[in-house]
Ligand binder design. Structure first.
Ligand SMILES: [Zn+2]
Length: 231
């Protein structure tokens, strides 16, 4: 195998290592937390808070309605129990009673509307809690497969790292250093010829250099982008 081809094989191993590392990071992030589940928790908590405040407002409206009813009953009693005789006073009481009855009707309408709101808030809360429970179930079902996947990926990474070491052991130090230098600036560092152009930057490669790449006698780098060329 030519020096450049060895570097190409090394690069393939590096690519697999990078992929495995990023897959491991993803699985580790998934094991740490579940953003969908977190969102469900926030939504369910907000629905519960809304239901609580709807209920409080509805209860206050019911209490107001009850207080008005009590005042109406007591005024009504006094009006007809004969304790008040003054016609002017009776007229005022009658007037007050009408006003109170009007307010009581409004209060009742408001209380009914607020109770309906509280009921629909309770419905929404139940729906969000159901969704949350589903997510929690899915999450606990997903944890074990995620742990298994992490174990398999970690084993793959160890294997690939060992494989890379043995590939690197067969490569001359100066070629390894060249590869590392190019790989720092260009990815991928080793590319094939694409017709008569460099597979990395797509600019033409001279006849003489193309011949040298195919012959594999020495490492040829693209004159434009510096990448190491393979046939
Ligand atoms: Zn190039």
């Amino acid at each position: 195998m030519s020096d450049a081809s060895q570097l190409y094989v090394l690069q393939a191993s590096d690519t697999r290592i990078t992929q495995l590392q990023s897959q491991i990071r993803e699985v580790e992030a998934a094991l740490r937390g579940d953003s969908e589940l977190d969102r469900s928790r926030v939504v369910a908590a907000a629905a519960t808070a809304t239901r609580h405040s709807s209920e409080a407002v509805a209860q206050a409206a019911e209490a107001e309605m009850a207080a008005l009813d009590a005042r109406i009953r007591s005024l009504d009693r006094r009006l007809y129990d004969g304790s008040v005789r003054n016609p002017q006073e009776l007229l005022e009481m009658q007037h007050e009673l009408e006003t109170l009855r009007g307010r009581a009707r409004d209060a009742e309408d408001r209380a009914i509307a607020l109770l309906q709101e509280a009921e629909s808030a309770a419905d929404s809360e139940r729906a969000t809690v159901r969704t949350l429970e589903e997510h929690e179930q899915r999450r606990s079902g997903a944890l074990e497969p995620l742990r298994r996947r992490l174990g398999a990926l970690t084993a793959d990474l160890e294997r690939e790292t060992t494989e890379r070491e043995s590939i690197a052991a067969g490569i001359e130090a100066r070629n390894l250093a060249l590869y590392a230098r190019v790989a720092q600036r260009r990815q991928p560092a080793v590319v094939g010829l694409l017709g008569d152009t460099c597979g990395g930057c797509h600019l033409p490669v001279s006849n003489e250099e193309r011949r040298a790449v195919r012959a594999g006698e020495r490492i040829v780098q693209c004159a434009n982008c510096d990448r190491i060329l393979v046939p």
